[in-house]
Design a protein around this ligand. Structure first.
Ligand code: UDP
Ligand code: GLC
Length: 422
């Protein structure tokens, strides 16, 4: 659900992927050091230099095995510095003409991009030859990495972060993914059952044939934030000390539904909304529209646009409730688990992977996606009943710690990589 490329599908006679199920019960937690030892050497490839959820997932994985891995980015950006800060070796293989070919790119644009695409395919393949496994973390990385399989002949693993339906992607793009997965990918791992299910439908496989590895969230980063003195925390973040704050975290993009939160806020006098995040993939017009919408609704003074923030744990702890408002099925939704790890009540849009994380009135609150009235009612209910909000938050914290730990994520992903390498 971010810009990617359209190229003509090439097919190769390679063995069909045969993934094994990895959503088995967790084994005891393992340290990053032992993870590194168990790992074959891996070349990770990601299309983005920006910090999106897929990149945070890769950051943890690549950061846990820096001695035996390298990361290729297809665009430079702040993600590179974050990887390097963890000791990862990073190479940027960029081609402006390829980066410019977006989902709706014209046939002429695609044609112009072909030489650049071939150069990138070759460059990735040359790098990949030095490693045991090629790990592709985004769709553009999948295309460029998998197309080079006849050149590098290395096992290919793809971490699927998207729900692959026509609702989200063009026909050509889905066909490319389908054929590459069939003929050039040895192991797919999906970030949720919802994503896995969409791939199964696309490729005609059995529904349970795509293994799932959920993202892991470092709950300790949230418990380290001292939220006891709420006023002090809010002063530090320049937030209103005594207002009732709803926080919405994520890049500003139409399908993330920030406009729904604004509509809901207009129905909730006294509540403030904090929008944490920036338009990462060119959605600046949407960001402007959000400012206009807040003005038109007469709620601008209660809406705080704070841009992209590095210290998400502190910002989340400063909230009374965390919102998730995606209007299209969210493949996973790290921000939801982060809200749970912050021990805050989370209200989330019930579609996609979200329903695998949030159980209504047990560890959070589910609302119909795109329904501002329902969202406002849910916020109102949790505001009116602090004891209920607290009970949900307590269960949410326990679930985030037990079901979405970084240790489980690394252990399962390591297992998937090792399987692909065999
Ligand atoms: N995030 C961040 N700073 C911000 C907004 C978001 O670090 O200002 C992080 C957030 O904590 C989460 C990720 O960006 O880890 C977004 O991931 P998610 O899976 O929720 O959504 P995606 O953008 O990948 O669709
Ligand atoms: C993608 C999805 C998001 C998911 C993230 C990490 O960016 O849009 O839902 O949480 O990947 O898997």
């Amino acid at each position: 659900m971010r810009p990617t490329i359209d190229v003509s599908p090439l097919t190769h006679s390679l063995p069909l992927a045969q993934p094994a199920l990895l959503d088995t019960p967790a084994t005891p937690s393992i340290s990053a050091a032992s993870t590194a030892l168990a790992m074959p050497s891996v070349l990770f490839v990601d299309q983005s230099g920006q910090l999106g959820g897929a990149e945070f997932a890769l950051l943890q994985l690549a950061g846990s095995c820096t001695a035996r891995s390298q990361v290729v980015l297809l665009t430079d950006g702040p993600f590179r510095a974050r990887l390097e800060a963890l000791g990862a070796r990073v190479q940027v293989i960029n081609d402006a003409r390829v980066s410019g070919v977006v989902r709706q790119g014209s046939a002429l644009n695609c044609l112009r991009a072909v030489p650049g695409i071939l150069r990138q395919v070759r460059a990735i393949a040359t790098r990949a030859r030095e490693f045991d496994v090629l790990f592709l973390n985004t769709q553009k990385a999948l295309v460029l990495g998998a197309l080079g399989k006849p050149l590098h002949r290395k096992p290919v693993i793809w971490y699927q972060h998207d729900i692959l339906t026509r609702q989200h992607f063009g026909r050509v793009q889905l066909s490319i993914v389908k054929w590459l997965v069939r003929f050039a990918v040895d192991q797919v791992v999906a970030n949720s059952q919802a994503s896995a299910q969409s791939l199964a439908v696309l490729t005609g496989r059995a529904a349970d044939s795509v293994p799932v590895v959920y993202n892991g969230i470092d709950a300790s980063a949230f418990s380290r934030v001292d939220g006891a003195d709420m006023a002090a925390l809010r002063r530090r973040l320049a937030l209103p000390e005594h207002a009732w704050l709803a926080g919405l975290f994520g890049r500003l993009a139409p399908w993330k539904g920030q406009h729904i939160a604004l509509d809901a806020l207009a129905r909730l006098p006294g509540v403030h909304l904090v929008l944490v995040g920036a338009p990462l993939f060119g959605e600046d017009v949407y960001a402007q529209r959000l400012h206009q919408q807040a003005e038109q609704l007469g709620i601008a003074e209660r809406v705080h646009f704070v841009g992209f923030q590095d210290d998400v744990p502190a910002w989340m702890k400063a909230m009374d409730v965390i919102l998730h408002t995606s209007t299209e099925p969210e493949p996973f939704g790290r921000v939801i688990v982060e809200g749970m790890a912050a021990a805050r009540p989370v209200i989330a849009a019930a579609a996609g992977g979200v329903t695998e994380i949030v159980r209504h009135r047990h560890n959070g609150w589910l609302v119909k996606p795109g329904d501002a009235a329902a969202l406002a009612a849910a916020i109102g209910a949790l505001r009116a009943e602090p004891a209920l909000a607290q009970r949900l938050a307590k269960q949410a914290l326990a679930d985030a710690q037990h079901e979405f730990s970084v240790e489980q994520y690394l252990q399962r992903m390591t297992q998937a990589i090792a399987q692909a390498a065999r």
